[in-house]
Design a protein around this ligand. Structure first.
Ligand SMILES: C[S@@+](CC[C@H](N)C(=O)[O-])C[C@H]1O[C@@H](n2cnc3c(N)ncnc32)[C@H](O)[C@@H]1O
Length: 265
């Protein structure tokens, strides 16, 4: 998580994560589970999608993990009624080792927060039984290129934002061929990757600014020294977006990833 704070404003994310939930639901549509799998939700956030994942495997189990303690506490509240079939734990996916490997790993809106994809994919392969599947989606390709350009312009124009000048941001937005090569190098078979556009129009300045603050630019804000600079960044990016071609729209692109651990289950 280079340059990204480990902790999140979990209450705000729970409230604002409708776009992530909608993307996650589309990932669940392509799971086609038997229904009795043991599943790892890798980076569960506040557990909104985890509850729907659990419903897709009514005779299975779900282990939901996340690196953020605040997210895990919120997810435990969200998923309390599903315990003990659904468990929630703090874990860093870069080092994760499971006592019992799983049949299926699902992960949505997480991998781009983890810069070292080779290490991540190797750790995830180790969590799967032979024949087990990874089905995931994260930011990729030209994700947020428009918002990143607005940040660059804001930082160029305001000395209070100098800490952002030249900073590439905390994310790893891989393209489809790169992601596929990394999955194969980690040992996955039957690899499939693709990138799709998924713009999020937020309708007005308040919602746009709220998303920037709690989700999109949280790492940028953490790099700035004081509240005055943080407010300046949010104001400038919101104003620049208002004047742009697609006002108050987050230009998201999603990278879909699938792979199988070789061997028969
Ligand atoms: C945008 S949220 C997505 C949460 C949920 N999957 C969803 O779709 O709403 C990204 C999550 O990834 C988690 N995360 C980032 N890096 C991680 C890591 N190295 N190990 C585990 N979780 C991580 C964050 O704590 C955060 O909860």
């Amino acid at each position: 998580m280079s340059g990204a704070p480990r902790e999140w404003d979990a209450a705000a994310y729970h409230r604002l994560s409708d776009p992530q939930l909608a993307w996650g639901r589309r990932v669940l549509e392509r799971l086609r589970p038997r229904g009795d799998e043991d599943v790892l939700d890798a980076g569960c956030g506040t557990g909104r999608l985890t509850a729907e994942l659990a419903a897709a495997v009514p005779d299975g189990t779900v282990l939901a993990v996340d690196a953020s303690v605040a997210m895990v506490e919120q997810a435990r509240r969200t998923l309390a009624d599903l315990a003990p079939r659904v468990r929630v734990q703090v874990a860093d996916l870069r080092d994760i080792v499971l006592a019992e490997p799983v049949d299926l790993i699902v992960s949505t809106a997480v991998f781009h927060h983890i810069p070292d994809h080779p290490r991540l994919f190797s750790a995830l392969l180790g969590c799967l039984r032979p024949g087990g599947r990874l089905v995931a989606q994260c930011g990729g390709g030209p994700n947020l290129a428009g918002v990143r350009e607005l940040v660059r312009r804001a930082a160029e124009d305001d000395l209070r934002l100098a800490a952002l000048r030249g900073w590439p941001g905390p994310w790893e937005f891989a393209d489809a061929p790169t992601a596929a090569a990394r999955l194969r190098a980690a040992g996955f078979a039957r690899v499939r990757t693709s990138v799709e556009a998924a713009p999020v129009p937020l309708g007005g300045p308040e919602r746009f600014r709220d998303h920037l603050r709690a989700v999109t630019l949280r790492s940028h804000l953490a790099r700035l020294g004081d509240d005055d600079a943080r407010a300046a960044l949010l104001d400038a990016v919101t104003d620049l977006s208002a004047a742009g071609d697609a006002p108050f729209t987050l230009d998201h692109w999603r990278l879909n990833l699938e792979g199988v651990r070789p061997g028969s289950g």
